[in-house]
Structures are given as structure tokens and as C-alpha cells.
Design a protein around this ligand. Structure first.
Ligand SMILES: [Zn+2]
Ligand SMILES: [Zn+2]
Length: 390
């Protein structure tokens, strides 16, 4: 593996950073300690630091030479509302909160890259180190974009990285095109008319209406979305009533829709509304639909994906770079940045021995052995893309 000695030598220091961040997890838009930690480190490396970009986001700017080319590197800082089950020394000190998605590792790798590049400055141009808040479904990327992220810190291209616990340490995964799914949440409020359970003729039963809506929603993927496209409609919650002998006057149906393209998302968005309202009306009830798009599809730009893969090849060898990783329907907030600026999102392997605990699990912990590999990716990316004298 082509890890420069200086980066390998940062292992101990970076492990300490990572475990410190892990011990004090903060939820989305509450990352004040983490953002402070990041900002202080960046300042100590000599970067120009901008705090409060998109509420708790931080951007560090590093310039070298006179070139006007630029690149953005992004990490996420937020934790999840999970009670940690681990008992090691760096376990969460915040009850009910946990770095169960490895964002502590992502933040540390980007800090490591900032430190190394600030010392070596073997590039010509500007690197914007983007530390975003609230990746886990509450809009941190959008908050930064709306706060003028790419106007204030122009980036020719932007790159992000997420750990993948099913992929061995010393490997990367990257593909052109769709990498992660778009995701939306919906709430359907069915309004009927309550009655005694023994007198259905006096009711407009919202439970029966909700049941028909759940069944009819299954036709979206099977009958509306083209068979060669990938889509999911999952109803994950039904709530109504409180007694055996009372027909309630309303029912709630909630769930998620996922797809790899905006076109399919739009189709599903329209279909959920049409079916819920149409079925309810047909049965004499009424349905109110609230469907929110939480994530855009994460779509890697072809040229940037090729470039990112070539950097990975250089670090771990072509045989350890999976160019066609199996797609999953999970989502990623970085998608919104990729809709504004060309770029690429890659996975870094963290699996080692038996420790393959998946993310969003109370037993998860980021594998610190992957830290130098992530730093190597970011630093080689910058040194190659913003090559001196190019
Ligand atoms: Zn996550
Ligand atoms: Zn994550």
C-alpha cells in the first residue's frame, strides 16, 4: 500500500482525535463541541476557518501557490440517537447519542488531510475542507448550500467518503452514476367518521380505507415504475383507534419511498398522492398526504468517479478498488452537493477480522486502522488534481 510515512506516522494522533469525538457525540445541528474541535484544529494547522456555515458547519480554506483551481473535500460530523452498547474507554459520554455511522472517523480523516496538506503544500490552488452538520436526514448539506457554500467557497469539484464495514480495510469502492438512493418520507392522514364498533353503517371506517391504501400503494413499484428501474415503497407505520368496539374517526399511514433517479422519485411522489386520495375518496373518506424528499439521489459524475478511482488505485492497487459495488437503497445527504457541483462519493473499507458490525448499530465503532488510508485518498486527490505546474 502506498501510504507515505508521514501519514502513517499520524496514526496515533488521529486515533486520539477520533476517540475524543466518539466519546462526545452530538446530533444534527447540535454539533457545537465537535465544530469547535474541528475549527481549533484547522486554525492550529494554519487554515483560514469559517464557523457557522449552515448553522454548525465549518469550512477550512487552504491555499498554496498562485493557481486559481479549487477542490472541495467534505466530511460529516453528526451522531445518531442510539444508546451505545460498547464498553471500551472511548464509549459515548452522552446518554442516548452515539457515533454509530462513523462520522467521527470521517471528520478525523479530513482533519488529518488538512494537517498533512498544510504542512506539505505540494499543490497549486485552493482546498476547501467542508465539515457539514446534520447528515442523518435533517438537511445539513442543504443548510450549508443555502448559506452560500459554493458561492463563498467555489469548488471545481467536490468529493466525499463514507466507511463501509462490509468492505475490507485496504480497499475502496466507487462507481460512476448512482451510488446511493434518493429517499422521501410520507404521512397519510385518513379522515373518516367514527362510530360504535357494532354499527359500521354509521361510520366511514378509516381503518378499512387505510388498509386499502396500503395495498394499493404496492402497485406503484409493480405497475407504475418501469421494470428496469429500481424503486421501493415501504409502509412502515399504521396507527388508528384505541378500543375493540369503537371505529375511530381517523387513521395514519406512514412510510418511505426510495429510487436512484429524480424522475422515478417524481413518479412515486405523484402516485402516492393520487392513490391515497383516490382510494379514500372512492370509499367515502378523505386523505391528506404529506410527502417530503429528504435526500436526492447520490449520483457520481463520470469524470470525477474515474479520477477518484485512479487515486484509489494508486493507494491500494487496482485489485482492491471495487468499481461495481452492490447498490443499496440507503441515502446520503452529500447528494445535494453533487447536484450543485461535479464530484464523487466513494466508500472506504473498514472491515477487519470479525469486526464487521454494520453502521447504525449500537455495537458499531469506526476502525481506526482505516484513518491513514482515508487521509491518503484525500491528500493524493488534491496533489494530483491541483498538480503543481500543471
Ligand atoms: Zn448514517
Ligand atoms: Zn453516515
Amino acid at each position: 500500500m502506498a501510504i507515505v510515512e508521514r501519514i502513517a506516522g499520524m496514526q496515533e494522533e488521529m486515533t486520539a482525535w477520533r476517540r475524543d469525538i466518539h466519546a462526545y457525540p452530538e446530533l444534527g445541528f447540535e454539533e457545537t463541541r465537535t465544530a469547535g474541535f474541528v475549527a481549533e484544529k484547522l486554525e492550529s494547522f494554519g487554515l483560514v476557518v469559517h464557523r457557522g456555515v449552515g448553522r454548525t458547519g465549518v469550512v477550512g480554506v487552504l491555499r498554496a501557490g498562485k493557481g486559481n483551481r479549487s477542490v472541495g473535500l467534505r466530511a460529516d460530523m453528526d451522531a445518531l440517537p442510539i444508546q451505545e452498547a460498547n464498553t471500551f474507554a472511548h464509549r459515548s459520554r452522552h446518554d442516548g447519542k452515539m457515533h454509530a455511522c462513523g462520522h467521527d472517523g470521517h471528520t478525523t480523516m479530513l482533519l488529518g488531510a488538512a494537517k498533512y496538506l498544510a504542512q506539505t503544500r505540494a499543490f497549486d490552488g485552493t482546498v476547501n475542507f467542508i465539515f457539514q452538520p446534520a447528515e442523518e436526514g435533517i438537511g445539513g448539506a442543504r443548510a450549508m448550500i443555502e448559506d452560500g457554500l459554493f458561492e463563498r467557497f467555489p469548488c471545481e469539484a467536490v468529493f466525499g467518503m463514507h466507511n463501509r464495514p462490509s468492505l475490507p480495510v485496504g480497499s475502496f469502492a466507487v462507481r460512476s452514476g448512482a451510488m446511493m438512493a434518493a429517499g422521501g418520507f410520507f404521512d397519510i392522514h385518513v379522515l373518516g367518521k367514527g362510530a360504535h364498533g357494532a354499527r359500521p353503517e354509521s361510520s366511514v371506517d378509516p381503518v378499512v380505507v387505510a388498509a386499502h391504501i396500503v395495498t394499493a400503494l404496492q402497485t406503484i413499484v409493480s405497475r407504475n415504475v418501469p421494470p428496469v428501474q429500481t424503486a421501493v415503497v415501504s409502509v412502515t407505520r399504521i396507527q388508528a383507534g384505541a378500543a375493540y368496539n369503537v371505529i375511530p374517526d381517523s387513521a395514519q399511514v406512514a412510510g418511505t419511498v426510495r429510487a436512484f433517479s429524480r424522475a422515478v422519485m417524481e413518479q412515486m411522489d405523484a402516485a402516492v398522492r393520487r392513490i391515497a386520495k383516490g382510494v379514500a375518496e372512492g370509499l367515502g373518506a378523505r386523505a391528506e398526504v404529506d410527502l417530503r424528499w429528504i435526500f436526492a439521489p447520490t449520483v457520481n459524475h463520470a469524470a470525477e468517479a474515474e479520477f477518484a478511482a485512479s487515486v484509489c488505485n494508486e493507494i491500494v492497487g487496482v485489485e482492491h478498488v471495487d468499481r461495481d459495488p452492490q447498490l443499496i437503497m440507503a441515502s446520503e445527504d452529500f447528494s445535494f452537493m453533487l447536484e450543485k457541483v461535479p464530484g464523487c462519493y466513494i466508500n472506504i473499507g473498514t472491515a477487519e477480522g470479525e469486526s464487521r458490525c454494520e453502521v447504525h448499530n449500537p455495537g458499531y465503532d469506526f476502525n481506526d486502522r482505516a484513518l491513514p488510508l482515508g487521509v491518503s485518498f484525500f491528500t493524493r486527490l488534491v496533489e494530483t488534481r491541483l498538480r503543481k505546474g500543471a
